[in-house]
Structure formats: structure tokens, C-alpha cells
Design a protein around this ligand. Sequence first.
Ligand SMILES: [Zn+2]
Length: 360
Amino acid sequence: MLFSYPIDALGDNWLNALAVDLMLAGMNAIDDGAEPAAWPGCLPANRREILAQRTGLRSKLACLFERYSQLPMADRPDVQAAIIRQAALPNVFNDNAPCPTIHSLPQSIREPASDLATYLFGQLSSIKEGNGFLRDNQYSAIYASKIRVCPFCGLNYFRAPGAPRHALDHLLPISRYPFAAADLRNLPPACDECNSTYKRAIDILVGNDGLRRRCCDPYLGPTYRITLEGSEFFNGNEIGGYTLPRWNINIVGQEPDRAHTWDAVYQIKTRYTRDILDADFLSWIAHYSRWFIREKGRDHDAAAVAAELPRYIEGVVQDGYADRAFLKAEAFRLLDSSSRDPQIGEDVRQWLWGFVEYAT
Ligand SMILES: [Zn+2]
């Protein structure tokens, strides 16, 4: 991720933990030969009022408990271990230990576990706390913190609270990890493109090689920055009759294995290369040319045109993530350093001068 969400946005994140407590308490009672505590007495006093009328929760828990009580004693510890482990966020993002999926559990328990997960997830949009529903409160807190751009790609803007929302992203897909379904920590907002085109139901905890992998915690990182160091001018794809640089995208930061997961799931390098740098570089150069002429007039040479690049980067390219500036600034830094390169500098300066000369 490029940046992380404020931890305060998790202020109303109690539903999943409460459900886990209810599940484990009921299962422990069953293991002891007793009945799970009766409804609504089983609910913690501070949430009893808000949950007591939610008969869906009651019936889905009862169904899960019934199936659990029918399991042989030997199978039960695995069920409880899976609940505890799946719900152990953010540890599951941060460590490399296994995290059992629903598919590792006895068949009979899977359906009631999934039903309960779907119900709990829905309750995030149904339970009110303060001014809004739990899910909306999380999004409003993030938006209020001035985050306007998706931190998984940095390319797409978020809509304001109240507008039709982007789908929330289950980092740990509900189909495999139902016991983290209603944990807001597992539900960081992401743009439609990241969610629907790239992340989808991919298991972020397991790579294509079948091995466990770590990922970024959307609230605590680590986060990464992008550089284009190692890119080569005149060596990339041909677009509109021009040979573009061969883009070398570096994801810079601590714990590169987590950066690798980010790129593998969200296709970061591919998207930056294909959708932004290859697609936009020539229009960025055209803008630079018009800016140069406005600032300096037409009566200049290739060296003068290249010499203004640092001032353009400093004064004209936006900061941060607005308008994809984090990539645009890097592309201009590459242009600037290439224009001073002892081998190709003269060619790069002439190339840039060509745009200025013919700019309209
Ligand atoms: Zn995105």
C-alpha cells in the first residue's frame, strides 16, 4: 500500500470480536456437556439492547452450535482454533503462521459458519452507533482524515460519504475466512478497480505457489513509495510513433515480501506501466512543452528546455497522490536525469526540444 488508514477509523470495530466470544463460549459449554447460555443473557450487558432483537443472530448461532455438538470430540478443537486464528487480526497480516480456511473444517460446520458470517457482515450496515451505521462510520472517519484516493493503487478517487459507496474489500475473503467477515480491519475501503478487477476473492494470505504470505495491514502498514530508478530512456514500448522509456518500477520500503504480495494481488507494476506511464507520458511531455513556451517563449535551444525540468517538477507537478503526481514527478525526474546522462543526454535533450519546437 502507498499509505495506511487512521487507526481511529476502527473505533466501532466490536461486532466480530463479540461474535467470536459468543461462538467460543457456546462451544466450550457444549464441550463441557452443558447448553450454551440462553438468549439474550449470553450477550454482554453493554450490547444487549442493540442485539437482543436480532433473531437472525440468535438462530444462526443456534444452528452453528447444533452442528458443533454433533461433531466427534476429536474434530472440535480444529473448529475453535480456526475461529481464533482467522479472527486474530492484524496478526494474520503480520506473521507467517498458517491460517486454516473453512475448507479445512468438517463439512457439516461450513454452511452454518458461512451463514453466520454473511449475516454478521450485513449487520455492519444495519447496526447504528452514534450518527451512522458501523460500516459508514468507518468510511466517514477515513474520508474525514482527508484520504481521497485509494491507498491500494493511488490512481482512483473515493466518493464522498453518502454517495453510492465503493464495495468494501474483504482482504481475507469471506468464502474462506468467515470468522473475520465482520471485522472492519478486514474491510478497508478500496476503489472499484482494485476491488472488482484485481483483488476479487483472491486469497491474500496464500500465493499462487500455495505458500503462506504476509500482507500489509491497512491501518499500520508497512507502506511503500514508488521510484522509477533503473528505467531506460528510448528502450520501452512504442506509442504514437515514439519509443517510450522502458519503465522499471521499484516498490521501496521495509519488508519487501509484503510489497510483493501487494503487487501480486493488485497488479501494481503492470497497472502503473500500462495504464499510466505508457498511456500518459506523451501528454505530460506536451504539457511541459506548452508550459515552457508560456514561461520562456520559443526562442531557446535544447539545453535551455531541459534545464527548466527541475523547476517544473518543483513548481508545477502536484504533490502526493492527487492527479497521479507520485508517478508523474518520478517520470520527470527520470527525464531530468536522462537529459544529463553523458551517453544519451544529448539525444534526450533533442527529443524534448522536438516537442517544444512543434508545440501548439
Ligand atoms: Zn485502487
